[in-house]
Design a protein around this ligand. Structure first.
Ligand code: PAF
Length: 281
């Protein structure tokens, strides 16, 4: 395991790898859980060398309190990574190392992918994600970079950014990893009480039921049904539920043949914002 905090050292490590088409990259903000570890395992199985970045990116937080509260657990992150492979390179730069003297956010034209769902509720969030992922990809220059489908909108936006900026990398989406009761893995789950962590299984249960209904019922019927389920469970506060085209993320009007759809959900439980999604067809 090599740990570096500077671009200069990272560069030296990357040149020592000296093999082609064999570098995998997993960008993270740390506080690693089984979802991240699944990405790292996949990267390790598909690449000779793997870099994992741990960087809490200030430009993607629209809520400064959230940024302050974000858990920093470098030591335990490193010991988790060591268990996957001893030859991973961990890049954990400071904010100054990434943004120099001025923390600036690039503005991208994501073709509307950023205007729906998370984008509606988190101002400028995706420009911040685009900015840091573009910077990290240019520093690490991986052949493949791995992202979880829990943040499906983020995954599509990163694919778009890579296209726009012509960055030569394969962006690989990886399936959502769930707790045994179905709750999607997230560092935020740690902030839930034990009881709520159990109850929050309802989110995936509802998504699975929606998937079953999708074959025979209209999208509107399903959306109303989901809203009703959450009205009946007042411990949850539904922020949005959408069924959208997986490529454009445009909300469904009417089911079209040859179009793939997903249902997306954001819910508050004990003031913790949880997101999840499911492929419907
Ligand atoms: O998904 C995340 O953890 C972050 O948004 C990412 C991709 C590491 C960028 O900061």
């Amino acid at each position: 395991m090599v740990l570096t905090q500077t671009k200069k050292e990272l560069d030296a490590i990357l040149s020592s790898f000296n093999s082609t088409n064999n570098l995998g990259f997993v960008p993270t903000m740390g506080a690693l859980h089984k979802g991240h570890i699944a990405l790292v395992r996949k990267a390790v199985s598909e690449n000779k060398n793997v870099v994992v970045s741990i960087f809490v990116n200030p430009t993607q937080f629209n809520n400064k309190e959230d940024l302050k509260k974000y858990p920093k657990t470098l030591e335990s992150d490193i010991s988790l990574l060591k268990k996957v492979s001893d030859s991973i390179c961990v890049f954990a730069p400071s904010v100054a190392e990434i943004y120099s003297n001025s923390i600036k956010t690039n503005v991208y034209n994501f073709d509307g992918l950023d205007k729906v769902m998370e984008g509606e509720f988190r101002d400028d969030h995706f420009n911040g994600v685009g900015t840091v992922v573009e910077t990290l990809l240019n520093l690490v220059k991986p052949d493949r970079a791995y992202f979880g489908e829990k943040d499906f909108q983020q995954l599509q936006i990163i694919k778009k950014m890579v296209d726009l900026k012509k960055i030569p990398v394969d962006i690989i989406g990886c399936p959502i990893v769930r707790e045994p009761n179905g709750l999607a893995m997230s560092s935020r789950n740690e902030r839930l009480s034990k009881a709520m962590r159990k109850e929050a299984a309802l989110i995936y249960k509802i998504l699975k039921a929606a998937k079953k209904k999708f074959g025979t019922k209209s999208a509107n019927y399903i959306l109303e049904w989901i809203e009703k389920q959450f009205q009946e469970h007042t411990e949850f506060d539904l922020e949005y539920v959408t069924i959208a085209d997986v490529d454009t993320l445009t909300p469904i009007q009417k089911k079209e043949k040859n179009t793939k759809y997903r249902a997306f959900i954001a819910v508050y439980a004990e003031n913790v914002r949880l997101i999840d999604n499911i492929a419907l067809n």
